[in-house]
Design a protein around this ligand. Structure first.
Ligand code: ATP
Length: 269
């Protein structure tokens, strides 16, 4: 276990995440309230939340959401890339999984965020390799069941490929809250542009920038695409300021859908 992330309280807040209101609401109910009001939940016999699995296309906010949960709860997030735990030597991957939980307990309360979760828990097929993956799944589930002792460790996982997940992990009592994080729709994209430009009040945003209009021509953009668009516009504006001294700049960019859009930034920041 060499390259795993370090546990920290992330700086991402709900306000940094555009759209996804339904998912935020689910996360508040399913994991934030149980963390924040853990004593109350214990008193009322409501068990600790099981694992939460977020799935959906890449770049649509799964990692951001996990960060915002930990931020809002004021607790550590331990980010883990699934493939980094895999080791060809027998028993080493399982050891790495146990080590992750041990580290999380050491810095509890803590949310473990497993990204690319499908690499750890692929559907079981016959063959030598799948045999070792099966024991990884079992180790993971055993560690999670250990939560009965309540050590203030919570688990969120994310995948782009729920279809290749071992169904054992999504049985009741395990990862039994499944949240689909979709690409943003028109309003979602506006929210992301707003979040990215400080609610449209970013001082470097030209007065005539119409986020609504920009969103209309960004069909099928992921959150990451929207973010990239704002980033490219900023870079272009900075370049203009540094090199040409012109008042404003305009950029064009396209995605697979070959849509074109413009974002205009003022000269001065
Ligand atoms: P992957 O499946 O590839 O791990 P993901 O769903 O976890 O992707 P994130 O890492 O959360 O996606 O998002 C990638 C980047 O895209 C973020 O750092 C952020 O800049 C931007 N982004 C995505 N969704 C949103 C959103 N809803 N609001 C604001 N920014 C977003």
């Amino acid at each position: 276990l060499k390259r795993e992330g370090f546990p920290t309280v992330p700086e991402i807040t709900w306000q940094n995440i555009g759209g996804l209101e339904d998912i935020k609401k689910e996360l508040r109910e399913k994991i934030l309230e149980p963390i924040k009001f853990s004593k109350l939940h214990e008193e009322f016999g409501a068990s600790r939340p099981n694992g939460i699995l977020m799935w959906g296309p890449p770049g649509c906010g799964k990692t951001l959401l996990a960060k915002a949960v930990a931020n809002e709860a004021g607790i550590n997030l331990l980010p883990i890339m699934g493939p980094e735990l895999l080791n060809m030597y027998q028993g080493e991957s399982e050891r790495a999984v146990r080590e992750v939980f041990r580290r999380a307990r050491n810095v509890a309360p803590c949310v473990i965020f497993f990204d690319e979760f499908d690499s750890l828990c692929p559907v079981r097929t016959k063959g030598a390799e799948s045999g070792s993956k099966t024991t990884i799944v079992n180790t993971l589930l055993t560690e999670m069941n250990g939560f009965a002792k309540r050590e203030d460790v919570y688990v969120i996982a994310a995948t782009n490929r729920p279809d290749i997940l071992d169904p054992a992990v999504t049985r009741p009592g395990r990862f039994d809250t499944l949240l689909y994080v979709d690409i943003p729709d028109h309003l979602g994209r506006i929210s992301i542009f707003q979040a990215r430009t400080k609610n449209g009040t970013c001082p470097c945003l030209a007065d005539d920038v119409n986020l609504e209009e920009i969103s209309r021509v960004c069909n099928n953009f992921s959150g990451a695409d929207c973010d990239q668009l704002v980033y490219l516009a900023s870079k272009e504006a900075i370049r203009e300021v540094i090199h040409s001294g012109e008042n404003a700049t305009e950029i064009e960019c396209s995605n697979e859908e070959a849509t074109t859009k413009r974002l205009v930034h003022k000269k001065h920041f």
